[in-house]
Ligand binder design. Structure first.
Ligand code: GDP
Ligand code: MG
Length: 232
């Protein structure tokens, strides 16, 4: 988090982490597509010829609060290839929340586990306390044969403390739900440390409502959340 009182500006950083080709770039593309041009920056993405992220992708989303504070949410992805570990570590610096994008096919489990370990190592290298930087897990590619069943996902959910969300990112399924959840847990962690609701007069509800005010949530789970008055 960067909080600039003089400029009245808050920046929240979310990093999409995970093995190569798990769907990190696709998640950002889907968020970008559903976000109104007035509140989003350009989706910066540099890929190689085979769809692989070369450095990182970056999508900024911004809004102003009722009392004139500017809030920027910056979404980053990391490159998944093993050789790009140094880049992954740099991109992870200063993260307020992590969305771990896993490929839910059974055969991908070893890779998911290796990158989960890699995430823990790089957090440590960056002096990020895993207890303070919340992680949300997305099981993507649920449309493919051999994807974990709902029951298997439920098992994983019971074993760990991280929220788990199923997704088919290429169809936009679970993408906004993942973003919502990672922003929510990131906010709670920041609030606990920096007391943002008191310091800048921004509550969790206003934060989430404002981020999604210009995002098309139709047909997603979030439609229900926001039609209930935005109470998450
Ligand atoms: N079948 C299927 N393919 C997906 C899904 N999400 C992403 N992909 C594909 O997986 C490949 C890698 O996705 P990409 O977002 O580039 O992965 P990244 O390396 O994590 O950024 C691309 O060909 C995507 O179209 C999904 O939910 N289902
Ligand atoms: Mg990518």
């Amino acid at each position: 988090m960067q909080l600039n009182h003089a400029q009245r500006e808050l920046t929240v950083k979310i990093v999409y982490y995970g093995p190569g080709l798990s769907g990190k770039t696709t998640n950002l593309q889907m968020v970008h597509q559903r976000t109104s041009p007035e509140v989003r920056g350009r989706l910066l993405t540099v890929e190689t010829h085979d769809d692989r992220t070369l450095f990182f992708d970056l999508l900024p989303v911004f809004f102003s609060t009722a009392n004139g504070f500017k809030v920027k949410v910056k979404l980053f992805t990391v490159p998944g290839q093993v050789i790009h570990n140094a880049t992954r570590r740099i991109v992870l610096q200063g993260a307020d929340g992590v969305a771990f994008i896993a490929d839910s096919r059974r055969g991908a489990a070893p890779e998911n586990n290796a990158y989960w370990k890699n995430l823990q190592e790089n957090m440590k290298e960056n002096n990020l306390d895993p207890a303070q930087v919340p992680v949300v897990i997305q099981y993507n590619k649920r449309d493919l044969p051999d994807a974990k069943t709902d029951a298997e996902m439920e098992e994983t959910r019971k074993k760990g403390k991280e929220p788990i969300i199923g997704a088919i990112a290429i169809q936009g399924v679970g993408v906004l739900e993942t973003l919502f959840t990672v922003l929510q847990v990131a906010w709670r962690s920041l609030e606990a440390r920096a007391n943002l609701s008191k310091n800048i007069g921004l509550t969790e509800k206003e934060f989430l409502t404002q981020v999604f005010a210009n995002v098309d949530v139709s047909g997603t789970e979030l439609e229900r959340v926001f039609s209930r008055g935005g109470t998450p």
